[in-house]
Design a protein around this ligand. Structure first.
Ligand code: UDP
Length: 323
């Protein structure tokens, strides 16, 4: 199959592209390199089944041309990372809404099955745990710009499902929970690469707030496995899936595990949110997915333990940079 991966040079996109090539597919990766990096594709660049196009999902004619050539589309390109969203809120909203509109409009031409990347952020401040796909979504006030990301992604979901309802467009919505692993950069705020890098360099691990907020971390390899299974499964059509694990850890607990795993002499420093994020930030205290739907439909449940995920990130960061 020929598969278009938007955001193909990004963290999840590059792992997915590699896997699709390994499975014998032909892949076109579209990426504007705003947060993605060509070096993420080093393993498949030059492979005869792989093509990298530097360009943006805001370029409608380009998107139309690339979607027309594809049998399936993974639309992963987006402005991501809390830090980036907070720093460039209006641009992020535009990319996340107009970009998805372009991809879905293009998919309508040949009714191409499109996977739309969404996020656990859409659950917002929901206090019913675990979060299930059919739960109500509760985002914060518009003055807290963090929620603009959740709102833009919610609109993407509505648009995809509306096309599915109106025209039968084959779509699948993927709500990614905290996905991590080798190659993820800490530059856009993601916590695990930041902690591992600090620990390896002997700097303090900066834990925001009290550190009692919790998350569930999934290995990118498990996430890619889940995507490949959904790709082959007709039961995924028109559906929304939580993609992640349901093993919870507090951010302070995570910092402690990273220090132990690296054998670092680093300490933990608590930093007030106001010192790290611009005004308009509000953290999610807890984020716990119900992943039973993914397991029911695919028979697969991401299971790589956090210890292993941390080890893989440490090994990746210890590797000497290629020159
Ligand atoms: N965080 C932290 N130190 C860091 C980066 C993040 O304590 O260096 C916290 C952040 O405030 C949040 C959690 O870790 O409570 C997860 O942050 P991340 O940006 O990785 O993901 P998200 O907030 O989207 O879950």
């Amino acid at each position: 199959m020929h598969i278009l991966v938007t955001g193909g040079a990004g963290f999840i996109g590059s792992h997915l592209s590699e896997r699709l090539i390994a499975d014998g597919h032909t892949v076109t990766a579209l990426d504007d390199l705003s947060t993605g990096q060509v070096s993420n594709l080093a393993g498949i660049m030059g492979h005869q089944g792989f093509e990298f196009i530097e360009g943006t999902i805001l370029d409608r004619p380009l998107v139309a041309e690339l979607v027309a050539r594809a049998d399936k589309v993974f639309h992963l390109a987006a402005a991501v990372g809390v830090k980036k969203i907070m720093e460039e809120p209006s641009r992020s909203i535009l990319t996340n809404v107009a970009g998805t509109e372009n991809v879905l409009d293009a998919a309508l031409a040949d009714m191409t099955h499109t996977f739309v990347a969404s996020t656990s952020e859409v659950y917002g401040k929901t206090t019913k745990f675990p979060f299930s796909e059919d739960d109500d979504l509760t985002i914060g006030a518009t003055k807290n710009l963090r929620w603009s990301y959740a709102c833009a992604k919610t609109l993407d979901e509505f648009l995809a499902l509306a096309h599915a309802r109106e025209t039968g467009l084959p779509v699948t919505v993927l709500r990614f929970f905290n996905t991590t692993g080798p190659r993820q950069t800490g530059r856009y705020g993601m916590v695990l690469p930041n902690f591992v890098k600090a620990a390896l360099e002997g700097r303090p691990l900066m834990v925001h707030g009290t550190g009692e907020q919790s998350r569930c971390f999934g290995h990118v390899r498990d996430v890619v496995d889940a995507l490949c299974l959904l790709m082959e499964n007709p039961a995924a059509l028109g559906e929304v899936f939580n993609i992640g694990t349901d093993r919870e850890v507090t951010i302070r607990g995570l910092a402690e595990q990273v220090i132990t795993a690296t054998g670092s002499s680093s300490g933990i420093e608590l930093v007030p949110y106001a010192q790290v994020y611009p005004e308009g930030f509000e953290d999610m205290e807890r984020r716990l997915p119900d992943v039973s739907k993914l397991e029911r439909v695919t028979g697969f449940r991401p299971t790589t333990p956090l210890e292993r995920i941390i080890e893989d990130i440490i090994a990746d960061m210890r590797q000497p940079a290629e020159v």
